[in-house]
Write a protein that binds this ligand. Structure first.
Ligand code: SF4
Length: 247
């Protein structure tokens, strides 16, 4: 390993089936620049924290689990926002690739830097989280504009990097028909979008806010009804060949 830089890891999930194809080792990294109102992992948000981990430890863990990955699986970096640690991740990604491990990067796509560009170039499949297409509602939901995310999507498309778009469907915040339609029209002719994943809104992380002594901003927002999920799914399905509801 060329770099001595450690990587701040929040936690691991082995045999994950939720974040990318096949069975995966999911590495949740510490630190995020967004503040999504529904974030299910508020403990990953502060950049200070997590466990400083030598990249070789993550490589060794991935190698030990490689026999379970099969043809489709591999490693996924999630968070938090992994690209905040792009400089430390680049040498690790190189080593993972040299060892034939498929890499997914679950990202909000908002970090624009040379290191982040390099990281995307080493990634086999980008799981790009689009939080909202309307910038005003995006700012309300995340505290940030969506412009950098949309630019990242355009760059990935131009560079021929495969991506799945991930969309959290929050009642009253990101389930507006006109916004989903605008998103569909924007991305409808992207060749590199292999799949759209709808992530229904859930409240699994609410107890973490209580544990942190923080208020939960979406208190009272109910999980999606089957009808709301189907309405979004059928809208996306008009524009994209593959749409999955990822629960
Ligand atoms: S981008 Fe992800 S980790 Fe960051 S605040 Fe939003 S949901 Fe949480």
């Amino acid at each position: 390993m060329q770099s001595e830089q450690t990587i701040r890891v929040h936690s691991y999930e082995s045999m994950g089936t939720y974040d990318g194809p096949g069975l995966r080792l999911v590495v949740f990294l510490q630190g995020c620049n967004f503040r999504c109102l529904y974030c299910a992992n508020p403990d990953t948000l502060p950049c200070r924290g997590g466990t400083p981990t030598p990249p070789r430890e993550i490589l060794a863990k991935a190698m030990s689990e490689k026999p379970f990955f099969g043809k489709k699986g591999g490693i996924t970096f999630s968070g938090g926002e992994p690209t905040l640690q792009a400089a430390a991740l680049v040498p690790l990604f190189r080593q993972l690739k040299e060892n034939g491990i498929h890499i997914c990067l679950d990202t909000n796509g908002s970090i624009r830097s040379k290191d982040a560009e390099e990281l995307f170039a080493l990634t086999d499949l980008v799981l790009l989280d689009i939080k909202e297409f309307c910038d005003e509602r995006h700012r309300l939901l995340t505290g940030q504009s969506n412009s950098a995310t949309l630019e990242t999507a355009a760059r990935l498309e131009a560079a021929g990097r495969p991506m799945w778009l991930r969309y959290v469907l929050v009642p009253g915040y990101s389930d507006f028909r006109e916004d989903i339609l605008a998103l569909c029209r924007h991305f409808g002719d992207y060749r590199m979008v292999e799949r759209v994943e709808i992530l229904p809104y859930h409240t699994f992380g609410v107890h973490k806010y209580a544990a942190l002594g923080q208020p939960y901003a979406l208190d009272g927002v109910k999980e999606n009804t089957p009808e709301q999920i189907e309405a979004a799914r059928s809208l996306f399905a008009e524009y994209f060949p593959e749409v999955r509801v990822n629960r």
